[in-house]
Design a binder for this molecule. Structure first.
Ligand SMILES: Nc1nc2c(ncn2[C@@H]2O[C@H](COP(=O)(O)OP(=O)(O)O)[C@@H](O)[C@H]2O)c(=O)[nH]1
Ligand SMILES: [Mg+2]
Length: 336
């Protein structure tokens, strides 16, 4: 079978031979694969495991061009190392910080940009946007037009950062096309590179994205994925903890505050997640079967839980964190 028609939603080559394989559609007359169809119409998600080897190959291809690159990242889940992708691609690059809408209104974008500029990273521009709320998209387009070196502009980043959502918004705002890329809360929705003509001078190229194996989204079921992914502005929740008190985020993690003065923990996570405070950690063993990591915190640190959000902790102190062993966590100086 020598068919090269591609799914307009995720970029995979369409085939009508094997239901169990990627790209399946009941008829090759269709424009999208069955998986995209189900995601769009029923919110039914099917996980596809993508290897990062394939994505690194795509990035290598990008690095051989001289084209402008948009590196899209999720503000709530800023990667530990923004230089990882940067170091693979020497191209001109704009860092696009997406999902600004989920951060509390009190957080100013200048503050975030200043924070990142202090991190010694190298981008032509750092731009805060919200693809969902159509925030700052005109400004982004202006900067793309200013920096682009050819028609083609690549959109790269980790899966779930909102690359396809961003391109959909661009299509909607600035082109005549009615085309739509498939978006979903699950990682690895986009399966291949997809070129989209925005106008005569600009073609955006969507890519699947680097899979973040340490993200909690890769280690919980669909229902919890939806609950964890904030859709509206986060209402930060602050808890004052004394030594030997704990916080438990429903079924996900437990923090035991084991050493230090009275301390303030502010949670920047989805409002849908329940949080419980234990006034005496010795009376409850919940989640203590999970993997334990001890952190010795400095003043004004964030504890970042990849894919979930972060917790701002004001004072110095020692915590024991209990969480699934596959979920990446790290500390940084407070973002906010
Ligand atoms: N709140 C919010 N959610 C967004 C935004 N952009 C994308 N998302 C959500 O993030 C998830 C991943 O989006 P998608 O475009 O598929 O990411 P991709 O894997 O990078 O292409 C979906 O659930 C989107 O609805 C945004 O600006 N704000
Ligand atoms: Mg995508």
């Amino acid at each position: 079978m020598d068919n090269q028609k591609r799914c307009l939603g995720c970029g995979i080559v369409l085939q009508d031979q094997n239901v169990l394989q990627e790209g399946y559609t009941t008829s090759l007359d269709n424009d999208i694969c069955q998986r995209c169809f189900r995601m769009r119409n029923y919110g039914e998600y099917q996980m596809v495991a993508k290897s990062n080897e394939e994505y690194l190959e795509i990035l290598r291809g990008v690095s051989e061009t001289k084209d402008l690159v948009l590196y899209v990242t999720d503000l709530l889940n800023l990667e530990k190392n923004l230089d990882e992708i940067r170091s693979l691609i020497p191209n001109k690059m704009i860092l696009v910080l997406n999902k600004f809408d989920v951060l509390p209104k009190s957080v100013k974008e200048d503050k975030i940009i200043n924070y990142l500029e202090g991190e010694n990273i190298h981008f032509e521009e750092v731009i805060v946007v919200s693809a969902a709320k159509n925030y700052n998209m005109d400004y982004l387009l202006k900067k793309i037009k200013y920096h682009q070196t050819s028609r083609n502009v690549y959109v790269v980043g980790h899966t779930n950062a909102g690359k396809s959502s961003l391109i959909n918004k661009m299509i909607h705002n600035y082109s005549e096309s009615t085309r739509e890329l498939t978006m979903s809360p699950l990682p690895s929705t986009t399966l291949n590179t997809i070129s989209i003509d925005i106008d005569d001078y600009l073609t955006l190229i969507d890519t699947p994205g680097l899979v973040d194996n340490g993200s909690i989204l890769n280690h919980v079921d669909d229902k919890l994925v939806k609950k964890i992914s904030p859709k509206v502005e986060i209402k930060p929740r602050t808890y004052q903890l004394r030594k030997n008190q704990s916080l438990i985020i429903e079924g996900i993690l437990r923090i035991d505050y084991v050493e230090g003065e009275k301390n303030s923990f502010t949670l920047f996570i989805s409002n849908d997640l329940k949080v419980k405070r234990l006034l005496n950690l010795f009376h409850n063993e919940e989640l203590k079967d999970k993997n334990k990591i001890t952190y010795d915190l400095k003043y004004e640190n964030d504890l970042v839980i990849s894919g979930l959000g972060f917790i701002k902790i004001v004072n110095k102190g020692v915590i024991d964190l209990y969480i699934d062993k596959d979920v990446e966590t790290f500390t940084r100086k407070s973002l906010i």
